[in-house]
Design a binder for this molecule. Structure first.
Ligand code: FES
Ligand SMILES: [Fe+2]
Length: 358
């Protein structure tokens, strides 16, 4: 069933870009990014330093020493926390200064803003509260596929010169696959544009299911799985305000019921954490978890190679799109077509949550 919303995307696009959804978990980093050095990252316009203490705990502080404003990311991690690289003030992961070299008394004001973080399934989430210091109102999202023995995964982090909602649009509209990703996961563009698409979802979620029976395997699929000929493909997309999960895959044509979650074949589970850096730039944290065929047990490297090429293709398109939006001005109107239903639904959710935070 194709669903076309009546709300013009152009209206939602301009208003939603002005602020972010707060009281929300966002991906701050992947666990493997935090080694023995502090890392600076701007998240929702806030300069944050992330670090891992020797006992393995992750801390997140405002990236500014309260003494003379050196970024704390220029400092060093020590047993008790993070030491400023200028005059050596030591901060605990909770933000309070616990040592001033050469001075016994520590002023009560000697502290920096701290953030609540949660490390789960190799993902470091950060709670971005509406009221400074407010505790999270819900647990950080689960992403159990990273710890599922049936899959192996890898991933990376992109920086985008584009607002994060343009990346939502892209991931919620996989009709672009046939045109943008001809060389990788594409296949026949017409099959992608005419595939049946169910758009639903409850609360703050969007769910899109696309089934593409009887099509040809794209280059990225034949490189990692021994398909015999024609294939049946599926794409299941689940949107939440802070990340998108895409479960895609294929079986040999007519070998299994395509709508059965237990179907065999190649399974690719994509994690896409979209975190605004500023109103106009974004962090895109991605992983791909893949199963493997007995004849191709070491297919993960190839999967990741293909996926990286695919995501490079997306970035070129989205950054070119946004550059052109700035060139022509935000008032330049957009025409909505049938493929936009999921993206528009997600923009409505973001807009509603953003307004709740005002
Ligand atoms: S600027 Fe950090 S201790 Fe002086
Ligand atoms: Fe894409």
């Amino acid at each position: 069933m194709n669903t076309v919303t009546q709300v013009p995307l152009s209206e939602l696009a301009s208003s939603a870009r002005s602020a972010f959804v707060l009281d929300q978990w966002y991906v701050a980093a992947f666990a493997w990014e935090l080694q023995d050095k502090p890392m600076a990252r701007t998240l929702l316009n806030q300069s944050v330093v992330l670090f891992r203490t020797p006992d393995g705990a992750v801390g997140a502080l405002e990236d500014r020493c309260c003494h003379r404003s050196l970024p704390l990311s220029c400092g060093t991690v020590e047993g008790g926390g993070l030491r400023c690289g200028y005059h050596g003030m030591l901060y605990a992961p909770g933000g309070s200064c616990i040592e001033i070299p050469g001075q016994e008394r520590i002023p009560a004001k000697a502290r920096v803003k701290s953030y609540v973080v949660a490390e789960k399934n190799h993902i470091v989430w950060i709670w971005m509260p509406k009221e400074e210091g407010a505790a999270p109102s819900k647990p950080a999202p689960d992403y159990a596929w990273h710890d599922d023995a049936r899959y192996r995964f890898g991933g990376g982090v992109y920086h985008y010169d584009a607002p994060y909602q343009l990346i939502h649009d892209n991931l919620l509209d996989l009709s672009h696959v046939g045109y943008v990703h001809q060389k990788t996961i594409g296949g026949n563009p017409r099959v992608h544009m005419t595939a049946g698409m169910e758009v639903g979802g409850e609360g703050d979620t969007v769910r899109i299911v696309r089934l593409l029976p009887d099509t040809l395997p794209p280059p990225a699929y034949t490189a990692v799985w021994p398909f015999k000929g024609g294939i049946d493909r599926w794409q299941e997309i689940e949107f939440e305000p802070n990340h998108i999960r895409i479960w895609a895959g294929a079986t040999d044509k007519d070998s299994e019921p395509l709508d059965d979650p237990q179907r065999g074949g190649l399974h690719l589970r994509g994690f896409h954490g979209l975190t605004p850096e500023t109103e106009t730039t974004s962090h895109y944290f991605w992983t791909m978890s893949a199963n493997s065929h007995p004849e191709m047990p070491d297919n993960l490297d190839k999967v990741l190679q293909q996926i990286r090429s695919t995501f490079d293709e997306d970035r070129v398109v989205i950054e070119a799109q946004y550059a052109n939006m700035r060139r022509f001005g935000e008032a330049a109107s957009w025409v909505d077509i049938h493929v936009d239903a999921g993206g528009i639904r997600a923009r409505r959710i973001i807009e509603r949550l953003r307004k709740q935070g005002e």
